[in-house]
Design a protein around this ligand. Structure first.
Ligand code: ADP
Ligand code: ASP
Ligand code: MG
Length: 447
């Protein structure tokens, strides 16, 4: 018997029929003898619809009220799911984030979990009930204000609860069969990855592969929580996300870690009898960023520092940066950087306020960019990966606007409307295409 945390995303609970289907699946796990804690997202596109509604009544909804509004979505799905499970003759109790003991900082809309005290969840387990927890929400430590964890945050709730409860595995149920070598909505020939390390999954998630949200992978790595990403629509084995050195049987108790699924092929450099792992894990894409260009910056020490101090002071995280070579005749240069498009107006306003002080000429804003990232731990030790990537893009006639790299990732910015073609071209160039069945997308609108 294991303690399993199962998270069901919005597309898995989009309507009454889906909720009943998921309830059956949970009941099966329970009847198999496991303790089950469930984290659930809002039904279908409810969160997007609530955001649209808020924007209709106010151009700048206060973030505190926005969070109260958005947490309503998960309350609906958690209670309906508890009802559907009870209807199958299994006890179930639903809990809000606060009731489940999810404590966060006070950054509305992107709160971080600072503690999880799930005593009520432990009580529910002790009473042999299935605990259903509303994902994506918590409360602040001292004021009990309701917070949300940022889009996709139910994944983080699930992993945080799994860590606090010392669960054997955190299963993330979604509308595809696991983590693929690219988004199956763009690349139907994408291949399912059987096992991926936290480090590679972190880069994939940070680069836009929204199948797992970045913070949940960070959390899982810190507390060594094995994640099993799989479909709620099929019975297939999905993708195991674990530390590079361990292999895990997703349903076996932790004491059995290291046995089960471990094979030489799945082991890595650190494992015994390791064989080489693939150089490239996958291609991720991101359409959510925008680019600001600060035009005509005096090319003297301290100007870049000022620009990025101002942007950071406005609470904006930046991603890629490019500075042009200064024109000798003018002593001026241009600095471009990317940031989340949702922070675009805040970034522009903050820089405009210091234009005279810094002495740049103007600002340009561009939200029609796309970012492609190639991720793979093997690129550390294999030369020529960048060259192959750039050649693939050039053959496909796609222009590169910015480039950045980490030890195990290369990212490029392209025009947004070239992004899908770019992802397919690179996926093929690195021989990631599957020769078997096409990847299945079972549900969801991709919104
Ligand atoms: P949920 O509602 O279950 O949280 P999400 O929409 O957040 O689901 O995440 C699942 C989606 O992630 C898939 O439908 C797919 O389009 C997208 N996705 C992006 N990159 C990948 C990838 N590399 N592997 C699998 N899915 C991916
Ligand atoms: N419902 C929230 C969202 O759509 C949280 C989640 O689904 O993980 O972002
Ligand atoms: Mg998600």
């Amino acid at each position: 018997m294991a303690l399993i945390v199962q998270k069901y995303g919005g597309s898995s609970v989009a309507d009454a029929a889906s909720i009943k289907r998921v309830a059956k699946r949970i009941a099966e796990s329970k009847r198999a003898g496991h303790d089950v804690v469930v984290v659930v997202s809002a039904m279908g596109d409810t969160t997007d619809e609530l955001i649209d509604l808020a924007n209709e009544v106010s151009p700048m909804p206060p973030s505190r009220e926005m969070d109260i509004l958005l947490t309503a979505g998960e309350r609906i799905s958690m209670s309906l799911l508890a009802m559907a499970i009870a209807n199958l003759g299994i006890q179930a109790q639903s809990f809000t984030g606060q009731q489940a003991g999810v404590i966060t900082d006070s950054a509305h809309g992107k709160a971080r979990i600072i503690d999880v005290t799930p005593s009520r969840i432990r009580n529910a387990i002790a009473q042999d009930a299935v605990a259903i927890v509303a994902g994506f929400q918590g409360v602040t430590q001292y004021t009990n204000d309701v917070t949300t964890l940022g889009r996709g945050g139910s994944d983080t709730t699930a992993v945080a609860l799994a860590a606090a409860l010392m669960a054997d595995v955190c299963e993330i149920y979604t509308d595809v069969d696991g983590v693929f070598t690219a988004d199956p909505r763009i690349v139907p020939t994408a291949r399912k990855i059987d096992r991926i390390s936290y480090d590679e999954m972190l880069e994939m998630a940070a680069s836009g592969a929204k199948v797992l949200v970045l913070r949940c992978v960070e959390y899982a790595r810190r507390y060594d929580v094995p994640i099993h990403v799989r479909s709620s629509f099929s019975g297939r084995q999905g993708t195991l996300v674990t530390s590079a050195a361990t292999a895990v049987d997703p349903t076996a108790p932790r004491s059995a870690t290291g046995s089960g699924q471990h094979t030489d092929q799945q082991s890595d450099e650190q494992g015994e009898g390791a064989v080489e792992q693939p150089i490239i894990s996958g291609v991720a894409h991101d359409r959510s960023e925008a680019k600001i260009t600060v035009v005509g910056v005096p090319d003297v020490p301290g100007k870049a520092a000022r620009i990025f101090e101002v942007v950071a002071g406005a609470g904006v995280n930046i991603d890629m940066i490019v500075q042009n070579v200064s024109a000798a005749s003018t002593g001026l240069t241009d600095i471009s950087f990317t940031l989340p498009a949702t922070d675009g107006q805040v970034g522009i306003a903050a820089l405009t306020a210091v234009q005279g002080d810094i002495g740049f000429e103007s600002l340009q804003y561009d939200d029609t960019i796309g970012k492609l990232s190639l991720v793979g731990a093997g690129m550390r030790s294999h030369p020529g990966v960048s060259a192959k990537l750039f050649a693939a893009l050039s053959t496909a006639g796609i222009n590169i606007e910015m480039i950045s790299t980490s030890e195990i990732r290369i990212s490029v910015v392209t025009r947004a409307d070239h992004l899908d073609d770019a992802v397919r071209a690179v996926h093929t160039a690195f021989e990631l295409d599957s020769t078997e069945d096409e990847a299945v997308v079972y549900g969801g609108t991709g919104r």
